[in-house]
Design a protein around this ligand. Structure first.
Ligand code: NAI
Length: 468
């Protein structure tokens, strides 16, 4: 193989593999280095994809148990076969990671197997199996090395009884008592999976609300819904110790306000308190600057402090740690390297929590607008008044549209609905085109659909909803 490239991408997660494909489409000779045996990074192997498989399967199981009979579907022998559910999840992962392999071949991308180390601004060393080293030369490098789970001081994740999301995606049996530390995205998605499959779940969250940074109305409503589903919450509590003894784990925590101490005995503990950027020591040694959180600093063109070295995704100091944000940055970075005008609009990055119902947001929250002193108006519409949601018995949640007071321009949307993750795309598109609430209100939405609630929420901004 010729060891000279136009672009070497380090990391084949959703940021890296997409950057490699786009680079190759643009005529750049491209290689992608990956140390994991399969392509697709955290997202495909131990993140978004396996968690969505378990969320879907556990939702079906729960509905078959609790909701089918209300629809006139009678079935007396519904049983959980967890190993089959896990096998189905593993099959989805294999299919999708193989799909990326196929795309690499189709786009003539060299897949360099091993750990990539940047020796200098034009040289990457790949350390493969049995420490075999090979040197590659390149005009440009894109760092897309992602992130890894963090833990709490003095708590060691063993992926057996004290687990990160990786371990919680592969329990061999349903834990009787599961404690989840952290009420963020990972904590709540995996709490939902195991609650539906039969665990008693307690979430311990440091703050006085779940999903920090999310619109407060949505966060409050979401907490009510999850409480109703039987998930226990200990808010405003700080975990001080987690100890494993034989097959049991003991979690000690203090209430932030009263300093009252509590202890829970459980079978498994999931630590879901955030992720940290995957930055090797050599990155700062070659002169690439990091911010105070040890994330790589980039400019608006995704260039690091070494101009021909770019960085994208979870590893950079911009935007949320989300797969689709990384993908868009990968496309933009490749286009910039090819001399085009790649760009990512950080004001319009949707975020989705794939629970049941789902939660989705895009743009600013009401709290952010207050802080920025921007005057706004709000339109809300409950799914209780949406015909399709009523027919489907999915009446929880609402749509909240926030528009600028003077111009009516949509600044943010948040919704809770069984279909929220799919519905948010309409709002992201509207915001990309600078739509006003009136534009959405005057767009014909098919009947009967959940999306009519979006139109009604937009009409509510002007205080003229039809169905409430
Ligand atoms: P997160 O940042 O979403 O939530 C972590 C939570 O832990 C916060 O609520 C925080 O207040 C709490 N916490 C921190 N220290 C604590 C302590 N000592 N005791 C109790 N609570 C504590 O992080 P998470 O859930 O680990 O997810 C990591 C990243 O992965 C996020 O950036 C998220 O965007 C991404 N992700 C996205 C998903 C999606 O798009 N659906 C799914 C899963 C992850």
């Amino acid at each position: 193989m010729d060891n000279n490239f136009d672009v070497i991408v380090i990391g084949a997660g959703p940021g890296g593999y997409v950057a490699a494909i786009r680079s190759s489409q643009l005529g750049l000779k491209t290689a992608c280095v990956e140390s994991r045996k399969t392509l697709g990074g955290t997202c495909l192997n131990v993140g978004c994809i396996p968690s969505k498989s378990l969320l879907h399967a556990s939702d079906m199981y729960f509905k078959a148990h609790k909701e089918f009979k209300n629809l006139g579907i009678e079935s007396s022998d519904i049983k959980l076969n967890l190993s089959k559910m896990m096998a189905n999840k593993n099959k989805s992962v294999i299919t999708l990671t193989k799909g990326v392999e196929f795309l690499f071949k189709k786009n003539k991308i060299s897949h360099l197997k091993g750990k990539g180390l940047i020796l200098d601004k034009n040289t990457v060393e790949v350390v493969g199996d049995s420490n075999k080293k090979e040197i590659f030369k390149t005009k440009n490098i894109i760092i897309a090395t992602g992130s890894t789970s963090t833990s709490l001081p003095s708590i060691k994740i063993d992926e057996k009884n004290i687990v990160s999301s990786t371990g919680a995606l592969s329990f061999e049996k349903v834990p009787k008592e599961l404690v989840v530390i952290g009420g963020g995205y990972i904590g709540l998605e995996l709490s939902s999976v195991w609650k539906r499959l039969g665990s008693n779940v307690t979430v311990i969250e440091y703050l006085d609300h779940i999903i920090p940074g999310m619109d407060k109305d949505i966060s409050d409503e979401f907490l009510k819904i999850l409480n109703k589903q039987g998930i226990n919450f200990k808010l405003n509590c700080k975990v001080t110790e987690v100890n494993s003894l034989k097959d049991k784990v003991f979690v000690n925590f203090n209430h932030n306000k009263t300093s009252k101490k509590e202890k829970i005995e459980c079978d498994k503990v999931l630590i879901a308190v955030g992720r940290k950027a995957n930055v090797g020591e050599e990155i700062s040694q070659i002169g690439i600057k990091l911010n105070s959180q040890k994330k790589i600093q980039v400019n608006e063109k995704f260039q690091t402090s070494l101009k021909n070295i770019y960085a994208i995704g979870d590893v950079i100091d911009k935007g949320p740690m989300l797969a689709h944000k990384a993908e868009d940055e990968g496309i933009a970075a490749a286009e910039i390297i090819a001399g085009q005008a790649g760009h990512v609009n950080y004001n319009v990055i949707p975020a989705v929590i794939y629970t049941s119902p789902e939660v989705a947001t895009v743009g600013k929250t009401e709290e952010e607008l207050k802080k920025e002193n921007i005057k706004y108006k709000i339109g809300k519409f409950p799914f209780m008044a949406n015909s399709r949601a009523k027919v489907n018995n999915e009446t929880e949640g609402f749509v909240k549209v926030i528009a600028e007071e003077k111009t009516d321009k949509v600044l943010g949307v948040a919704l809770i609905s069984s279909m929220a993750g799919t519905m948010i795309a309409e709002l992201a598109l509207a915001m990309e085109f600078g739509a006003s609430a009136e534009d959405i209100a005057r767009t014909c939405h098919a009947h009967p659909t959940h999306s009519e609630a979006v139109k009604e929420a937009a009409m509510s901004v002007d205080k003229r909803p039809i169905h409430i």
